[in-house]
Design a protein around this ligand. Structure first.
Ligand code: GLN
Length: 343
């Protein structure tokens, strides 16, 4: 392997070893089936825009995608109905509240704040087109299939478990029916939402999906287009501002990349034009984000200068000539040393 590749692989191994014994966080149990997840399962995968795969740990273990599905269904709704229709039903404002917050429909418009919280995601799912419930589900599975490069299947136990216990989502959906944000197919819409959340993926799948977004919508391994290029920006924007719910601000500040977490323990992050990251580790913090996944992404961001606004180390964005003119080597070295200390 050439040296950069070796460096990425050994960084993944180091970061995995550094966090694997961290026992903080708790596996989600508000969907009873999710409580069965193994808290020690831990996988990290990076897929570059040109299709190189780096992985360590449990990257082939399947888990349910949960909320990581939300930006993708948002993209599908944009493709199906266009920006104007989607904007009428769901806004793009961060809430600063939990993912399942029920009260946070906009006071004036009654729109859900964004497609990353449950209310907005349910509204987004309601916009998908297709012939009846089966036609819509098949279209959704095809859509995800193009991002991943293989057909995905739903975990029926998790689906049923959420279907019978998901009263909060049901209440949210009825509230939105009351405000005309969704139509009266409430149970059908919720079923499709629960089905999208119960799709089985691996950390590697998430990394490929992330790399597809990094590659302007073309899966770098199959070379198939998964989404129209013009909507990639929409997905990445809401992921950046709202993807980690009430942690989104701190995430943007510290890690600096569009990302989405799910209560199944998955995390997907994107470094536009460069790579996708997929992490799997079920224990969650109090905001419903994977504890180890947050740390992994933060370490990767610091180590490789992946923060969106890291203009000093990110030589992809700053032309080397400009960089060397404005930042003499000594200054660059000082920045690098400070970053090492920070990590
Ligand atoms: N299916 C889950 C729910 O609606 C998804 C939540 C999540 O992953 N944050 O509660």
């Amino acid at each position: 392997m050439p040296s950069l590749e070796l460096e990425i692989q050994s960084a993944l191994e180091e970061i995995h070893a550094k966090h694997k014994d961290n026992q903080s966080g708790k596996v989600a149990d508000y969907i009873p089936e999710l409580a069965k997840a193994d808290p020690n399962a831990f996988g990290i995968c990076v897929v570059t825009r040109d299709g190189q795969v780096f992985e360590v740990g449990d990257t082939e273990q399947q888990f349910t995608i949960q909320s990581v599905s939300k930006p993708f269904v948002y993209g599908m709704a944009l493709q199906d109905t266009g920006r104007d229709v989607v904007q009428q039903k769901v806004d793009v404002e961060p809430t600063g509240h939990a993912f399942n917050s029920i009260i946070k429909l906009d006071e004036k418009s009654h729109r859900p704040h964004n497609p990353m919280v449950n209310a907005g995601a349910i509204a987004t799912t309601s916009l998908l087109t297709g012939e009846g419930p089966t036609g819509k589900l098949n279209r959704l599975m095809d859509f995800f299939g193009r991002f991943v490069g293989r057909r995905l299947y739903a975990d029926m136990s998790v689906f049923m478990s959420e279907r019978v216990s998901g009263h909060r989502n049901r209440a949210t959906a009825y509230l939105m029916l009351n405000f005309g944000m969704i139509d009266n197919r409430v149970e059908e819409i919720l079923d499709l939402y629960f089905q999208q959340c119960s799709l089985l993926v691996t950390a590697k799948d998430l990394a490929v999906m992330g790399a597809t977004l990094a590659n302007r919508g073309v899966n770098p391994i199959t070379r198939e287009r998964a989404i129209e290029a013009r909507y990639v920006q929409d997905l990445l924007s809401v992921m950046y501002t709202c993807g980690l719910y009430d942690y989104a601000g701190e995430w943007g500040y510290r890690v600096g990349m569009p990302a989405k977490s799910g209560v199944g323990g998955g995390m997907l992050a994107v470094v536009p034009q460069r790579l996708g990251i997929g992490v799997f580790s079920p224990p969650l913090d109090e905001r419903g984000n994977s504890v180890r996944a947050i740390r992994v992404c933060q370490d990767l961001s610091t180590r490789f200068g992946l923060h969106m606004f890291d203009a000093w180390l990110n030589d992809f964005k700053v032309a080397p000539t400009v960089e060397s003119e404005s930042f003499p080597t000594a200054e660059m070295d000082a920045v690098k040393a400070a970053k090492q200390e920070h990590s």
